[in-house]
Design a protein around this ligand. Structure first.
Ligand code: SAH
Length: 350
């Protein structure tokens, strides 16, 4: 255990741990994680402060051309009813979220080429006219020209998870694309000046502790500003329907190690973690997480954005849900981020 403590202390003061060392942290048992969790909580406080940053997410289309083996929206799922929100509907939805106090809007969808470059640019420009809010796009792989145009009209951030750093596993789960292309997208987005988010799933079949260590190394190598780490949840209409749900304990450890390695990155308590185990959603705020996202699109669409099975709960208004979210953050002993919550500006740095 002393060796583990030494390793954690060294990482905290800037040591670049190698793959085996990171794996040794990811493999810790329940009786061995106290020091890791305390260190990651301290690092979160040091680099991000006590605020939890809140984001409103609009899942605006569930059409998808991809064949991701884990995702309920994959193109081969013919039973899910597909929807697309119009440009006007998206902007109106964003306006309501801004009125409810959100300063960041995440626009997420399947890979849906129906939305042209021009349409996405219009959406970004129209939302920016409402207020000085940050816009994150999460629409998968698009061309360099598209990404460039989105940036030029004011999109601030782009989220595209690498899903798994095991290239062979990645390629087998994504027959429509390749690991190299995914990583290339992340690099281009960074070059274009986006605050760039990646991330990966915990418990995807074929993953080992070493894969998770590799995932964290890759996040560091790319230099991501944000990383979403959440458990895999099997969807009954996918090839992985019989696989087990990802472990919440492994998720907590991965977030903790990511916090130590990535220092000031934005790390959300992912929605999938809350779905698998709502208590762990509290816990992850004491092991490194500093961001939370709340769906805001109308319930008739939420039901259909079926990437994995999840309870939807009572239908509430955007304002009521925001109040619930704020209460949850306060109940975790944390403050509510009131700014846009940009990477690198959390502690008043400019
Ligand atoms: N089309 C966009 C958005 C994908 S959905 C893109 O390609 O980036 C957002 C995230 O949901 C995915 O990146 C993936 O990590 C996660 N996801 C999808 N299916 C999942 C499942 N069954 N369990 C857990 N997470 C899943």
């Amino acid at each position: 255990m002393n060796k583990i403590k030494e390793l954690i202390d060294k990482i905290c003061v800037g040591y670049d741990a190698d793959l085996e060392e990171l794996e040794s942290l990811i493999a810790l048992e329940r009786s061995e994680v106290t020091y890791l969790f305390e260190a990651s909580d301290k690092a979160r406080m040091q680099y991000c402060g006590n605020e939890v940053q809140v984001r409103a997410i609009i899942e605006f289309s569930n059409y998808c051309r991809c064949l991701c083996a884990y995702c309920g929206l994959n193109a081969e799922n013919k039973t899910v009813a597909r929807y697309r929100m119009s440009v006007e509907e998206i902007v109106e939805n964003a306006k309501e979220a801004i009125e409810a106090g959100y300063r960041t809007l995440v626009l997420q969808s399947g890979e849906d080429q129906w939305y042209t470059r021009e349409m996405i640019c219009t959406i970004v420009k129209e939302i920016k006219k409402i207020d000085d809010v940050a816009i994150t796009l999460s629409m998968g792989e698009r061309s360099y020209e598209d990404y460039k145009a989105f940036k030029e009209v004011g999109a601030d951030r782009y989220l595209i998870k690498h899903e798994t750093a095991d290239e062979e596993l990645y390629n087998s789960l994504h027959p429509h694309s390749s690991f190299k292309n995914r990583v290339q997208c992340l690099k281009l987005l960074k070059e274009l000046g986006f605050q760039t988010g990646s991330g990966f799933m915990i418990g995807i079949p074929g993953q080992t502790y070493r894969t998770i260590a590799k995932d964290i190394m890759l996040l560091k190598e790319i230099g991501v500003h944000m990383a979403g780490i959440g458990p895999f949840i099997p969807h009954p209409l996918t090839p992985l329907k019989d696989a087990s749900t990802g472990s919440t304990f492994n998720t907590l450890k991965a977030v903790a190690v990511a916090r130590l390695v990535l220092k000031d990155a934005m790390l959300p308590a992912t929605t999938s973690l809350g779905v698998v185990d709502s208590k762990s959603k509290n816990l992850v705020f004491s092991t490194g997480a500093n961001v939370i996202m709340q769906k805001v699109e109308p319930y008739k669409y939420r039901r259909l954005y079926d990437i994995y099975p999840k309870p939807l709960g009572h239908e509430l208004t955007i304002k009521e849900e925001r109040k619930k979210l704020d209460d949850f953050i306060l109940s975790c002993g944390r403050e509510i981020g009131a700014s846009r919550g940009d990477h690198g500006k959390l502690l008043g740095q400019f």
